[in-house]
Design a protein around this ligand. Sequence first.
Ligand code: SF4
Ligand code: SF4
Length: 425
Amino acid sequence: MADYPEIERRREELQKCVTCGICHAVCPTYLLSGRELLSPRGRIVLLRRMLEGDISPDEIGDDAFDFCTLCYACQTACPAGIKTDMLFIAARKTLADSNGIHRTKRFVFNSLERPKIANRLVMLGSFIQRTFGRRAVDTLTGGMNIPDLRPRPLLHEFDEVVNPVGRRRTRVGFFLGCVSNYVADGPAVAAIEVLRRLGAEVVVPRGQVCCGAPAFNNGDFDTARRLARINLGVFKEADVDAILSPDATCAGAFRHELPELLRDDPELGKLAEDAKEKSMDWSSFVLDVLDPHFPESNLPPIDITIHDPCHLAHTGNGSTAVRRLLQLLPGVNILEMEESDICCGFGGAFSAIYPRDSRSWTARKIEKILDSRARVMVAASPGCIVQIERGLAERDTKAPGYHEIKTLHPAELIVERCGWLQGKR
Ligand code: SF4
Ligand code: SF4
C-alpha cells in the first residue's frame, strides 16, 4: 500500500462518497471541462485509487487538483457531508511533496514571505503595466493573468493605529490581505472608515504579511506555517478584541485554514485557536457587535445584487450578515441574482494558471449579475470584485442584456450612502 499520510488520515472521509454525482451541478471545473476526472466525484475516486496503490502521484499530474477553484461548493452540495476542502488541499500537498511545486507558485510564495521583495516586485510590475500595458507583465510571467497593480503597497499608507470617531467602543486588528495591499485599495479604506465611524479603534500592524492561505491551499505547508507564525505574533502583540479583514478569503483563513494547518503544532496551535476565536467576518462584526444606525441618505434609491465569496458562502455564515447589514442602509433594495453563491472564477492561483477557463467561468457570473437588473454588484472580497470588474470590461456591451454595473465592497456601499469619505479621497 502506498504511504500518503495527509490523505490516509482522511480515508474515512473518502469512503463516505456514494458517487451520486450531485456535486457535478455546482462544480465550475466540471461544468467547464465536462470531464468526470475534473469533478469532485472524479477527484475522490482518484484519491481512493491512490490510497489503494493503483495509481501514483506522477500518473495523476498536477492539473487534476490544480484545475479546481477550491470554491467548496461541492462541500455544501454533498449530501454525505464530505469535507472536500481539506481533502483536496491534502491531495495538493501530497502531489507537491511528490511532484514538486509549480515554479511560478514557488516564486510567488517565496516573495510573499519577504514583503520587501514582494513590494519591489509589485512596484516594478505596476511600472511595466503603466508603461507598456498590462499584457507586458502577463507575458513576463509566462501567461499569468495579473490584474492592474497599485504603484505602491497600501499597508504603509495607514497609520498603525486609526482613531475612532467619538468614544472608543472597541479595539480591532485589521488584516489587509494581498489583493487590498497590491491591487484594490477601495474596500480596505472604506472598511476602516466604517469601523472608526462606529467607534472602533483600528490597529493595522505594519508587520503583517500574506495570511498564508495561498501557500497552504497549494500544498506548501512550510511557507504557510512561517507566514502564520509572523501574523499570529503581530496580532497577539496588538492586543485587540477582534481580528477583521475586508477580504472574506483572508478572514476565512484565520478561522478555517490556519487552525487546520497548525492543529498539531504545540507552539502555534494555541495561538491559531486564539486568533480563530477573535476572527470575525467584517460584515458580521459591524452588524452584530457595532450595531449600526446609519444616517438617512439624500441619494436616490438603488437596486443592488450580491455575489457571495466562496469563503462566506461555503465555510461560514457571513452571506446572511452581508444582506442583513445592507438592508439597514436607507434606499438600498436587494435584487438576488441566480447562483450568487457560485464561484466568480477567481480562485486565487486558478485565475493565474488557467486564465482562459477562469475568464469563461466569470462570463457566466457576469450574465447572472446582468440578469438581476441591479445597477450595483456588491461582494465582500476584493479578489471577487477585481475578477468581476475584469469580466464586465470584457463583456460585449452591444450584446443583449448589457447595462452598466458598478462594483462595490459592502463597506464602500456604506460609506457612499452615508457620505463618510467625501473630501477624504
Ligand atoms: S455529492 Fe458527495 S457523495 Fe455525491 S458524488 Fe459528490 S462527493 Fe460523492
Ligand atoms: S472545490 Fe469547487 S472547483 Fe473544486 S471540485 Fe469542488 S466544486 Fe469543483
